[in-house]
Ligand binder design. Structure first.
Ligand code: ATP
Length: 315
């Protein structure tokens, strides 16, 4: 589903590569944690998948498409097949929960009746039924992240990329978010999550790809956060699942299902940890020419426009 073949990325001439000869193969339906110290190249990896950046060497394939050969006009379609979730949620603060999620379908031109049926389904799935009319600032941090996940997932993307999705959340709330991502993964969506959160990685026991100064130093299934014994599978090979002698442990998938007591604790923690990591409401609806772009692109455009207007006012 995602294949990096000897990918390098150098941002500026003479700078150290952000990615250096990286080869990774993520199969359809896999869940992969991308770990590594700050600056090791995790976000660069995700940006290359979205073709927000282009490699300086090597090839990136997404869903069978060679991104170096993808025409610019096909990039929105690529991005529509990829949901993205960020640490800072990026919700539109003047829109309700329902409207934030519906927005993702509106911008890709889905008919109103589809939106009317799909949005409540996905809000129920993420555990937000009953909160459709709330504004983001009336939600806890965990709930805001659920809205962001619902928005990323409502179009049923083949791939979900998550960049530090638990970075602003306490451990209990984070676990709830991970359960949700695990559930989404079990619907067949490939999930790649960049994280520093060792507790989460240790709890979930998924495949871990570790980057260090732009190189893959570990690629291991059923793994914990900080081990370095490794096998590095070649491109085209999936990691060996059950060859302890080669460094990979047998796969023992932890089924992360919500326990009622956990859910209660999670809700209490979420309520206590209400955060407002949102930006101000954009003043205008997205321009018609943005139709056809992915929801994430349009959200970014709208938020950037707002920032521009606000900066202008403050100047
Ligand atoms: N747009 C850019 N221009 C120049 N250098 C960049 C750019 N983006 C990232 N880099 C550099 O590339 C390297 C990898 O950065 P990247 O953001 O991919 O790391 P990361 O692992 O995601 O870090 P963090 O965990 O702090 O988000 C760093 O040295 C960073 O300074």
């Amino acid at each position: 589903m995602i294949r990096f073949e000897n990918v390098s990325k150098v941002y500026a001439r003479g700078a150290r590569p952000a990615l250096d000869d990286v080869s990774v193969d993520v199969s359809r339906g896999e869940f992969v944690f991308l770990v590594g110290a700050s600056g090791s190249g995790k976000s660069t990896f995700l940006r290359l998948v979205l073709r927000e950046e282009r490699p300086t060497g090597g090839k990136v394939y997404v869903a069978g498409r060679d991104l170096s050969r993808l025409s610019s006009w096909k990039v929105p379609s690529l991005r529509r097949s990829i949901g993205v979730v960020f640490q800072d949620f990026r919700l539109l603060p003047g829109k309700t929960v329902h409207e934030n999620v519906a927005f993702a379908l509106q911008v890709i031109g889905k008919p109103r009746h589809t939106i009317r049926t799909t949005v409540p389904e996905v809000l129920e799935m993420v555990g937000l039924d009953g909160k459709e009319k709330r504004l983001p600032h009336e939600l806890s941090g965990g709930e805001q992240q659920r809205v962001a996940i619902a928005r990323a997932f409502v179009n049923r993307p083949q791939i979900l990329l998550a960049d530090e999705p638990t970075g602003n959340l306490d451990p209990t709330t984070s676990l709830g978010i991970m359960r949700l991502l695990d559930r989404i993964n079990r619907t067949g969506t490939t999930v790649v999550m960049a994280t520093h959160d060792d507790e989460i990685v240790n709890e979930m026991r998924k495949r871990v790809v570790e980057l260090s100064t732009g190189s893959v130093v570990r690629d291991e299934v059923d793994a914990v956060y900080g081990e370095r014994e490794s096998i590095l599978p070649q491109v085209g090979q999936t990691p060996v699942l059950d060859a302890p002698g080669r460094g990979a442990r047998a796969v023992q998938r932890v089924q992360v299902t919500p326990e009622p007591a956990d859910l209660e604790a999670e809700r209490a923690a979420e309520a206590a940890a209400a955060r407002t990591a949102t930006v101000q409401e954009p003043e205008r609806e997205p321009a018609p020419e943005t139709r056809g772009s992915s929801a994430d692109e349009v959200v970014q455009q709208v938020l950037r426009e707002h920032e521009r207007v606000r900066a202008g006012r403050e100047a």
